[in-house]
Design a protein around this ligand. Structure first.
Ligand code: GAL
Length: 981
């Protein structure tokens, strides 16, 4: 009996003793069902690059796929392979190489919850390859390294079993010196099972994908090799000194030429240095040299601590502008190339992201080296999630959640050790995370205790135990703005235990996940950021998540699409919940990433009575790396611009700018201030825009409706200026272009954040009222001397809710104006998706130009990235290809829109502003589509001119739109003037 078990029994004061509750695991275990199946491996150690020889065993391997775990072990000794064998690349997932199928579940286990047992249908891959140890290797030992086997690997060399590796996203090494035949061919055989006891610990929200998915390497270990080393590179912000000590497993010297350091491992030296930060990732190169090996050092000096409820690095509080990143590639799954890792980080840096949480397992070791080099703060998370116990009641029901069952402690501490040992020398990693969504339990305590002892220099994080008893940071996910604000003020709801509550109340806070980016959204980012920046206790957050994990597939006709849950015929799946990132699977930024870039910008501009100020929101960096530009627009056209000099602005400070006198003149005048990189950086070229803001310095006069033309009648039509109407008041054509009359429209193709499963579902009520099935009644059509006025009612079958509508048409010889007024009828109890009119135009229109905010889509709670300008796009380019089609492409507050095509154009001037969407299919088609390929071009272009739309929120997993972003059913009044060329 271990001490903890004894303590539990003796204490006897728990509501229900875990030990009493333990249900025996009394069926025989297969080896892959053991609670700690790993065996034969070496202790985990630091990732290192050295001059010791290495041989990559990546490449094409022999492969046999079986549906169960008990295929004959007829391949480990070098037997001839029969026709059941083919080939597979390593690293790769077998499901993406023609064996089995990907499966997506968010939290439910795709097998019966019967820990630690797994189903008999346990797809198994047998792998084999030969290798020759290079003749020049005269190393003392030879190791075999596996960087990732999902979910368990049993390994043989030349027919002898070497060991078992469990922990899919964790590194395992084996000493195979005695099994290797130097100078001859050697045979490496690996059996991989899809399911193992480890699967219960690896229930992350992602595709279930198996196989040897990270590299396999043979390592020559010379006599006198440095098996492990630990760089302690502290920084004293008071005197600017770095304090360096490198511990090594063998007598070695630490050499850092740039700092004139040449000391023994284990000795401490203090020397003036530039510290490392995500903003200025200063690394010092050096070497750790023993008699047998020279290991590369990339040293970043920094100190991480909690002071006054703030996370501070190098003495300054840090604000995480973060995102959650999974290893992901649309073609190879969690097999990620170095180019993709680098391009992920470069793209993050270009979008003002400064932090990443490696949800929910350690990434490839190379990713963290790149974070060191390019500069990101990292929360490095353990490969541990047991979310699937939640639906079966994970609290105190055993054998249940491994987090609290002491029989799993060894496996869990082992996972933590593998995380910390491998990544301990990465300066970018400033926080260890115990895992994600594993409930609560003492095993978290054991993991935390081990990590703190081994590495007191970093902070510990875990979200789902709100007592925070093992960690340094209070962390939550998907809190509302209000909750976040309360936490910022230290006013959060108390934790039941007073001591723990007091401790937690003094902790810094992060939102380890927020702004769920499923489909169109999130909204409310700017408001979150404003709160993060206001309260020192709040150290920022990590949006959910970086990538949409669609898998690239082709239809029979060759058309490419990105598959989500259910597309592989899974019976139990979670659909497009897998598509919740800010980067599309093909690597294109989604509108949300543009929004995030603007909201995260580390420089802001404010206008006060004294003038314009530039504010430095960096934690560490001054603004000398930026160049500042100004430009003045008049109705979208540049009428002036230049550079602005500004002095040194230190982190956290601001400075008044001296602007030249702005040229005066007609039109809406908008001043743009832009801060761009003054010189090339490792992640973007000189001129790259880091921050901008716009200020309206002279507003435009509202446009008066066109007048002067009188209505007349001709046969069954009423003529007015360039337009023809039916006797029912319906517009039929405009200067000969056939149109369908604008009809009132409150419907939008529901976004994931509206849906029934969301936290604030509006869709059911909207459909219940019938917003998707409107009825329009004309009550009166009056043509007088100057206008045609149509009064009517918008209603919904079976509902008494509706709108009284009035449309007033006036015209000049060449222009037609409409003024719309609508007043709600009945007791509306739900915000509207949108309010506006829609009309159908001929399909020959293809190009759009508009003046107003753009160029990307914008909604009432996601428009920070939209800037004034004159923008041009094709209709096709204005559609955002969300993996699950839904409302998209709205342009907000437009002043003027021109549609052109087939030698005709229609210019539509807003009397003040309107929102518009234009697409080649009707809203109903968009709403019904399951994939972009379902959207066929209709015989019309559909144009919506709207008074507004409800915001986006992040209700698919989090709060809905803020009250200020909901479109309440009030009175709407707006107008527009049409001109045809
Ligand atoms: C969180 C979880 C993530 C993901 C997200 C929803 O609860 O930690 O892994 O599932 O919800 O997309």
């Amino acid at each position: 009996m271990n001490d903890r078990v004894a303590k539990d029994l003796a204490a006897g004061d728990r509501e229900r003793s875990i030990i009493d509750g333990l249900v025996p695991m009394d069926r025989p275990f297969a080896y892959y069902e053991e609670l700690f199946p790993s065996r034969g491996g070496l202790a985990p150690r630091a990732h290192a690059r050295s001059d010791a020889p290495e041989l990559s065993l990546d490449g094409s391997w022999d492969f046999r796929y079986s549906l169960t775990a008990d295929a004959p072990l007829d391949f480990v000794q070098g037997e001839a392979l029969d026709e059941a064998w083919s080939e597979i690349p390593v690293p790769a997932h077998w499901q993406l190489n023609g064996f089995g199928r990907p499966e997506y579940t968010n939290r439910v286990y795709p097998f019966p919850v019967d820990p630690p047992y797994v189903p008999t249908e346990n797809p198994t891959g047998d792998y084999r390859r030969a290798f020759i140890v290079p003749s020049e290797w005269d190393t003392e030992r030879i190791l075999l390294r596996f960087d990732g086997i999902d979910s368990i690997g049993r390994i043989w060399v030349n027919g002898t079993e070497v060991g078992i590796a469990s922990g899919s996203r964790l590194r395992h090494e084996f000493d195979v010196t005695d099994l290797i035949r130097r100078g001859e061919e050697n045979l490496l055989a690996v059996r991989v099972h899809q399911w193992s006891s480890g699967s219960y610990l690896e229930d992350q929200d992602m595709w279930w994908l198996s196989g040897i998915f990270r590299s396999v390497t043979l390592l020559g270990r010379p006599d006198g090799a440095i098996d492990d080393h630990f760089v302690h590179a502290d920084f004293d912000a008071v005197n600017g000194e770095g304090i360096l000590r490198v511990d090594a497993s063998i007598s070695s010297r630490v050499i850092v030429p740039e700092l004139a350091i040449d000391i023994a491992a284990g000795e401490t030296v203090r020397v003036a240095v530039e510290p490392w930060s995500a903003e200025n990732p200063r690394l010092y190169s050096g070497r750790l040299v023993s008699s047998g090996e020279s290991v590369e050092l990339r040293i970043g000096f920094r100190r991480v601590e909690v002071v006054n409820s703030e996370i501070r690095v190098n003495g300054a509080p840090v604000l995480f502008r973060g995102t959650n990143r999974h290893d992901y590639d649309p073609d190879t799954g969690r097999v990620v190339s170095e180019e993709r890792m680098r391009s992920d980080i470069v793209m993050m840096k270009r979008h003002n992201i400064n932090a990443v949480r490696t949800s929910h397992y350690p990434p490839s070791a190379r990713f963290l080296e790149l974070c060191d080099e390019l500069g990101l703060w990292v929360i490095d998370e353990c490969d541990f999630e047991t979310h699937g116990f939640f639906p079966v009641d994970w609290f105190h029901k055993l054998p249940g959640n491994p987090t609290e069952d002491p029989r799993w402690e060894r496996a869990l501490v082992d996972r933590m050790q593998r995380l910390v040992e491998r990544d301990k020398n990465r300066p970018s990693v400033i926080i260890w995370s115990l895992g994600n969504e594993c409930g609560t339990g003492d095993n978290l305590g054991a993991m935390a205790q081990w990590a703190k002892r081994r590495d007191p220099s970093r902070l510990l994080h875990y979200e789902r135990d709100w007592s925070c008893q093992y960690v340094d940071i209070y962390s939550r996910m998907y809190s509302t703005h209000r909750e976040l604000e309360m936490i910022g003020q230290g006013q959060e709801a108390p934790f039941p235990d007073a001591d723990l509550d007091a401790r937690r109340r003094n902790m810094p806070f992060i939102l380890c996940e927020y702004a769920h980016s499923m489909g169109n959204g999130p909204g409310g980012l700017a408001e979150y950021q404003e709160i993060f920046e206001r309260y020192p206790r709040l150290a920022g957050g990590f949006t959910w998540e970086w990538f949409d994990h669609g898998l690239r597939q082709r239809r029979e006709n060759g058309e490419e699409y990105f598959a989500y849950g259910g597309d592989f015929g899974e019976v139990r799946h979670d659909g497009n919940f897998i598509a919740d990132g800010i980067v599309f699977p093909d690597g294109t930024p989604s509108p949300a990433l543009h929004e995030l870039k603007k909201v995260f910008q580390p420089v802001s501009f404010v206008h006060t009575t004294a003038g314009y100020r530039i504010c430095n929101k960096h934690d560490h960096r001054d603004l000398s790396y930026l160049r500042l530009e100004w430009e003045l627009l008049a109705d979208g056209a540049a009428v002036g611009g230049g550079l602005i000099d500004f002095g040194t602005v230190l982190a956290g400070e601001s400075a008044l700018l001296t602007l030249p006198d702005l040229p005066e003149g007609p039109g809406e005048r908008v001043l743009t201030l832009r801060a761009v990189l003054a010189a090339d950086s490792p992640w973007a070229e000189a001129g790259h825009e880091v921050a901008w803001d716009q200020f309206v310095v002279a507003e435009a006069e509202p446009l008066a409706p066109a007048t002067g033309a009188r209505p007349s009648t001709e046969a069954d039509e009423i003529l007015l200026g360039p337009a023809r109407f039916g006797r029912d008041g319906a517009l039929r054509s405009l200067s000969g272009i056939p149109v369908t009359s604008p009809t009132f429209d409150t419907w939008r193709a529901v976004i994931d954040n509206d849906r029934a499963f969301s936290w604030e579902p509006n869709e059911p009520r909207w459909r219940e009222i019938g917003l998707d099935r409107p009825h329009h009644a004309v009550r009166s059509v009056v043509a007088d001397d100057e206008a045609i006025t149509v009064e009517g009612r918008l209603g919904f079958a079976g509902s008494d809710l509706g709108y009284a509508t009035r449309t007033r048409w006036t015209a000049s010889a060449d222009a037609l104006s409409v003024v719309i007024e609508a007043n709600p009828i009945g007791d509306w109890d739900v915000p509207l998706p949108r309010f506006g009119v829609r009309m159908a135009l001929p399909a020959s229109f293809s190009d759009v130009e508009w003046y107003g905010p753009g160029p990307g889509e914008a909604y009432s709670d996601s428009h920070s990235a939209a800037r004034f300008g004159v923008w041009h796009r094709t209709i096709d380019d204005m559609q955002t290809p969300y993996l699950m089609p839904q409302e998209n492409g709205n342009r907000m507050a437009a002043r003027r829109v021109t549609l052109a095509g087939g030698n005709r154009s229609i210019q539509i001037d807003a009397h003040s502003t309107f929102d518009f969407t234009v697409r080649r299919w009707a809203t109903e088609d968009l709403d019904a589509a399951q994939h972009p390929y379902d959207l066929a071009r209709s015989s019309n272009v559909w144009l919506n001119l709207d008074a507004g739309q409800s915001g986006l929120g992040s209700g698919s997993c989090g709060p809905g739109p803020l009250p200020s972003a909901r479109l309440l059913p009030g009175t709407f009044r707006y107008g527009a003037t049409f001109r045809v060329d």
